[in-house]
Design a protein around this ligand. Structure first.
Ligand SMILES: Cc1cc2nc3c(=O)[nH]c(=O)nc-3n(C[C@H](O)[C@H](O)[C@H](O)COP(=O)(O)OP(=O)(O)OC[C@H]3O[C@@H](n4cnc5c(N)ncnc54)[C@H](O)[C@@H]3O)c2cc1C
Length: 356
């Protein structure tokens, strides 16, 4: 089989890339590893949310997020109309506490309101008297979003080769003429776009290519099922993010990398204690699920979008850290524009672990 552009990976980034390319009239094909493309290690139907706090991240990420926000609003309306999928959009609001509040600039965007955390979320145990609340902070259902992107791509005639897995990229000189699949079939393409995030490194390794210059810290996640909503809003503290789920469960994310601790068990014990200290009601409920998720990327830093060094047609869209959903459309649109003769994006250039 042959295609103009072959995208490896069908998470939010690969699917958004395919959507933006299809919107620009470019022909592409997507090789996803699985038909559902659930994020690795994540229980189905659980929403994770990483609060984006603009004064704590580089301007580049803020600009990508702002561009993406406009695009998501546009895309979501169209996706819902075209595919009939309810994306589960909800305005949960975000309560921010701790150092992020202390570090806030004097001139704050008016989306942030000064609040007393204990008034906003009475079940929290908080010594903090000052918090910031963003009532427009919202969430969509990740699984529904990727499902509806898949449906929209199919109606645009974009093939998704479900259950196919890219085993290695074929490299001849400075060109990548195609990809070998696990079943040993071969896909030829004019250009290949690598969008498999956590799995990019394995694919590069299996293709005898140098790894990307991306750390891959892991974060602990705890899922509790209290049976009713303990919190109304997403809460971001110095060391935890608490994310109420639409079905009453509560997700607790450790914002400190698990790799900082001596052992996984030690990290888990400490996290359980910290979570119960912050939300004492949690100590009454058993942990339903625990997992470690990789977050490839530089903390708060720049993602990568560009050509793999020394190769003429292998593109990389990676390193989204906690922002894959937040910045996917902007990254996808930048690439689509560039492939049609638009400007490059040197500030997102791809670098290798050998510091090429
Ligand atoms: C705990 C946590 C919280 C997060 N919170 C947020 C948030 O609030 N907002 C936000 O924007 N982002 C958030 N993120 C980050 C976001 O989930 C990721 O940045 C995003 O999923 C990256 O999307 P992706 O498509 O690049 O990769 P993935 O979602 O990892 O998808 C990669 C896809 O590639 C496929 N694949 C892998 N290898 C191959 C192969 N060899 N051949 C073919 N296909 C392959 C996989 O099956 C997978 O579907 C969070 C992440 C975590 C872990």
């Amino acid at each position: 089989m042959r295609s103009d552009l072959l995208i490896v990976g069908a998470g939010p980034v690969g699917l958004s890339t395919a959507f933006a390319l299809a919107e620009s009239g470019l022909s592409c094909l997507v090789v996803p590893a699985s038909p559902t493309d659930q994020r690795p290690g994540l229980p189905k139907e659980v929403e994770v949310t990483a609060p984006a706090v603009d004064w704590l991240q580089p301007g580049l990420v803020n600009r990508l997020q702002a561009r993406s926000r406009r695009l998501w609003m546009e895309w979501m309306v169209r996706l819902a109309q075209e595919t009939g999928v309810d994306l589960g959009y909800s305005r949960l609001g975000l309560l921010l506490m701790g150092q992020a509040v202390a570090a806030a600039p004097d001139e704050l965007d008016p989306v942030w309101e000064q609040v007393m955390p204990a008034h906003c979320e009475p079940r929290l145990s908080c010594a903090e008297l000052h918090g910031l609340f963003n009532r427009s902070f919202s969430q969509v259902r990740h699984d529904r979003l990727t499902h509806s992107l898949r449906l929209a791509l199919r109606t645009r005639g974009v093939p998704l080769l479900d259950d196919h897995h890219a085993a290695a990229i074929d490299i001849t000189g400075n060109v990548a003429p195609g990809v070998y699949l696990e079943d040993e079939s071969y896909l030829q393409a004019d250009a290949i776009i690598l969008a498999a995030e956590g799995d990019n490194s394995q694919l590069l390794y299996d293709s005898s290519l140098e790894a990307l210059d991306l750390p891959s810290p892991r974060a602990h996640h705890l899922l509790f099922n209290p049976g009713s909503q303990l919190l109304k809003h997403v809460v971001g503290t110095d060391d935890l993010v608490l994310v109420p789920q639409p079905d009453g469960r509560l997700l607790v994310i450790d914002t400190d990398s698990a790799d900082h601790y001596g052992s996984e068990d030690e990290a888990l014990d400490m996290l359980l204690t910290r979570a119960a200290n912050r939300l004492p009601a949690l100590s009454r409920f058993d942990l339903q699920y625990h997992w470690l998720a990789p977050l490839p990327g530089h903390e708060g830093g720049r993602p990568m979008l560009g050509l793999y060094p020394h190769l003429r047609n292998l593109w990389v869209n990676a390193g989204h850290f906690r922002n894959g959903l937040d910045i996917a459309p902007a990254m996808a649109e930048l690439l689509a524009e560039h492939l049609q003769g638009g400007p490059g994006f040197p500030s997102l250039a791809v670098s290798l672990s050998s510091r090429d």
